[in-house]
Design a protein around this ligand. Structure first.
Ligand code: CO8
Length: 264
């Protein structure tokens, strides 16, 4: 399919099997608003449905991943409109249901909704000088796109509480030290390259196995350990029915050959 033209993002295919989405609203430091999410959701769905794509990287500019929800758009919103239109739901509903792995390469500001967007990805990479935070308290509000839940699950209650109640930012280096990010790189360029490299590696495996692996890891966020392990076991058993497990994976290993994934 011919690449779509978007106003607030760029979509490209910089490495085999990798779809790259770059948020591109530089005048507002990639502040998030509904038109941008319409595009982001469309781009994500499109990449999720493209067989040649095995993993997705989401990034912003070296200056800003995203400086939060658009405060100018939100400032006149009333309770009844926010509640009546399920404000924010559209923003998160698609991203969290994409089946292919999403890696966020976070450089510059990732504040408020920007930090929440990064936390919705499956893997977060940062550069050391990135500035993350949940500054909503300074605006008289609270995180609205899962920040209170995802940050707490990732780094523990005390630290998350401190960040959310003080509104103090933290660096990309700290994000990795605390386990919120999987890796921290020195520069924004290295961060993006690192994310693309990991995405390429993932895209080189069986799509079926990758999809299953993402699904079972995500279940750990919602289920208790016993139910989670039972769920994992069912999916693990199910993979005995895939050609990739039987022929390309285990068959090739036993025959001392390289795997040739058919994604079946
Ligand atoms: N909303 C709207 N516009 C913004 C935002 C934003 N969040 N952030 C920056 N901009 C705009 C600025 O208004 C400015 O526009 P203009 O040139 O027209 O005045 C332009 O981007 C450049 O910004 P600055 O001149 O301020 O750039 P600096 O380098 O001086 O400062 C900062 C960068 C520190 C990032 C500063 O812009 C800032 O503090 N921004 C606000 C950060 C913030 O509070 N974010 C949290 C917002 S609340 C939120 O996200 C609630 C979450 C809801 C759920 C979201 C779901 C995904």
């Amino acid at each position: 399919e011919a690449p779509k033209e978007y106003e607030y993002l760029k979509v490209s295919n910089p490495k085999p099997g990798v779809g790259l989405i770059t948020l591109n609203r530089p005048k507002a430091l990639n502040a998030l608003f509904t038109p941008l999410f319409h595009e982001l959701n469309a781009a994500l769905k499109n990449l999720d449905a493209t067989p040649s794509v095995g993993a997705i990287v989401l990034t912003g500019s070296p200056k800003a991943f995203a400086a939060g929800a658009d405060i100018k758009e939100m400032k006149d919103l009333t309770f009844s409109t926010a509640y009546g239109t399920d404000f924010i739901e559209l923003w998160t509903a698609t991203l969290t249901t994409i089946k292919k792995p999403i890696i966020a390469a976070v450089n510059g500001y990732a504040l408020g909704g920007g930090c929440e967007l990064a936390m919705m990805a499956d893997i977060m990479y940062t550069s050391a000088g990135a500035t993350l935070g949940q500054p909503e308290i300074k605006l008289g509000t609270i995180p609205g796109a899962g920040g209170s839940q995802r940050l707490t699950k990732a780094i523990g209650k005390s630290k998350a509480m401190e960040i959310i109640l003080t509104g103090e930012n933290f660096s990309g280096k700290h994000a990795a030290e605390w386990g919120l990010a999987a890796k921290c790189f020195e520069t924004p360029e290295e961060c993006l390259e690192g994310a693309l490299g990991t995405a390429e590696k993932i895209a080189g495996y069986s799509r079926i196995a990758v999809k299953a692996a993402k699904e079972v890891v995500n279940k750990s966020q919602d289920l208790g350990v016993r139910e989670g392990v039972e769920f994992e076991r069912r999916v693990f058993h199910g993979l005995f029915g895939s050609k990739d497990q039987k022929i390309a994976g285990m068959g090739a290993f036993a025959a001392k050959q390289k795997p040739e994934w058919s994604h079946e």
